[in-house]
Every structure is written in C-alpha cells, then in structure tokens.
Design a binder for this molecule. Structure first.
Ligand code: DGL
Length: 272
C-alpha cells in the first residue's frame, strides 16, 4: 500500500489522480480531520501531527507515504526526512507535494540546484494557507533554481476551515473573490493552488481569476512525479488491485458528507 496523508479532505484531490495514474497500486489515505486545519497551528504542532499521521500509515504497512498537504510538506517534511525517518523507519520514504511543483515551476530537477538560464522570466501566483506562505518554502526553493521567476504569494486564511466546515457555494466563492481582489494580478500568467484543499473548489478560482491566468494542476504534477519515482524505485511498488481505504481521525459521518459533496459521492471514511 502507498500511504497518502493530509490534514483533512484536501489530499483526496491528489489521491484521485494517483489512483487514475497508478490503477494497480493499493492506497491507504489518512485525513487528520480531528486536528484540522493545520494552517492555524504552530510549527511544532504541525511536525508532531505529521509524524503521528505518517507513523499510523507506516505501522499499517505503507513503505512509501505521500504528504498530500502543502502545509505539512512546507513545515515538516525536511526535518522528518533528514532525522526522524532514518531513525524510526529507515527503509521507508516520505515524499511531498512541494518538490514536484517547484521542479515544474522552475524547469530544474530538484537534485540540481544550479540555476536555469533557459527558464523565461514569469510572474506566478501562489495561493496557499497562511502557514505555507509564511514558511517561505516555495519562494526559497524557486529562487534558488530560477530567480527570474517572480512569485506573488497570497495567503487564503479560513478557506480550508470553510471547505471542511461544509460552507455553501456562495460563501466559498465570495471568499475566493475577496482573496483575488486583494491580489495584484497584473502580469501573472500562471496560478498555483498550493493547498491540496483548493482544487476541491477550483471552479470558483477559475471563475474569479482573470481569464489569461491558467491554473497549474498540483494533482496531475504530483501523480506524474510519483509515477516517475516508482519507475526508478521499484521496491516501493506493490502489485495491488487498486484497493483504496480511507481513514479519518475525525467524525466519519461529517467527513463523509463534506468529502462526498466536494470530491466523490462514493467515498467512505472510517474512524481510526
Ligand atoms: N490541505 C492542506 C494543505 O495543502 C491544508 C492545510 C490545513 O489544514 O490548513 O496545505
């Protein structure tokens, strides 16, 4: 099984594309709805909650876990990969969602930190949680590789809460409209929904963003990166049957209602 972890239902956007691109793999998804949203938590709490989630997935047999949460990836992934994982689960791996996005935005593979003269100067809008924006992780990694890319960051506080809280179409669209109105979109060619919850309401982003701005799909990019990774690291492939299990630390009744509304009407979470 491949583990997929998010603070809540946002990672379902990644899981959906992973299951489409890798139909023979089995997936175990854990949404930490009981502790969501992570966007309001301290860095220490995010690190501890992420460790707890990854531990559950690895204890259940996942040798590879995808952190399908930009906030957890931006705040916790590096320390988990560098110190915690080698001690706790030395044969296992954790991959995030930020690395494949930075590779696509900059045109430079992660392992090569040299700058890319081939990349055109471009203005890109990152829409993410307050924590992801404040971490500066996207900015730092993009600057290292493609300083000619001008990254405009816009935090969208409260949007994850509204989605997880089951807010209706009008308030959600209104919030997104407000965030875009507050952003100087002049010259921007591409927007990145740098929170895995945001593709659940991508239609509202599309409706309010200026028409010349295209959205870079994080689910597609992350799934493509995992396909490549599994081709290069066959030891993490499992010959499965496309079986998917969804677990939540929250109340499964509420989680099922909300996630079915945004994602897939057949989803069924059980409490872990
Ligand atoms: N889906 C998470 C992300 O990508 C949401 C974080 C949160 O719970 O605030 O950032």
């Amino acid at each position: 099984m491949i583990g997929v972890f998010d603070s809540g239902s946002g990672g379902l956007t990644i899981l959906k594309t992973l299951t489409e691109r890798l139909p023979d793999q089995d997936f175990l998804y854990l949404g930490d709805h009981g502790n969501a949203p992570y966007g309001h938590r301290s860095n220490e709490q995010i690190v501890e909650l992420t460790k707890a989630g990854v531990t559950r997935l690895m204890d259940a047999g996942c040798r590879l876990v995808i952190l399908a949460c930009n906030t957890a990836a931006a705040i916790a992934l590096r320390s988990l990969q560098e110190t915690w994982l080698p001690e706790q689960f030395p044969d296992n791996r954790i991959l995030g969602v930020l690395v494949p996005m930075v590779e696509v935005i900059t045109g430079v593979p992660w392992s090569q930190q040299n700058q890319s003269p081939a990349r055109d100067a471009e203005k890109i809008l990152l829409l993410a949680t307050h924590k992801t924006v404040a971490s500066g992780a996207y900015e730092e990694e993009i600057n290292k590789r493609a300083p000619q890319v001008d990254l405009v960051q816009k935090a969208c506080p409260g949007l994850v809460d509204a989605i997880e809280g089951g807010a209706g179409a009008m308030p959600l669209r209104g919030m997104i409209e407000g965030f875009i109105k507050e952003t100087d979109t002049y010259g921007i060619s591409t927007a990145v929904l740098g929170c895995t919850h945001f593709p659940l309401v991508e239609g509202y982003f599309q409706a309010v963003l200026p028409k010349n701005i295209s959205i870079l799909s994080q689910p597609d990019i992350v799934a493509g990166a995992l396909v490549d990774y599994l081709e290069r690291h066959t030891q993490y492939q499992v010959s499965g049957t496309g079986h998917v299990i969804l677990l939540t630390t929250g109340d499964p009744v509420t989680v099922n209602i909300v996630s079915r509304r945004f994602a897939d009407s057949t989803l069924t979470f059980t409490h872990v």
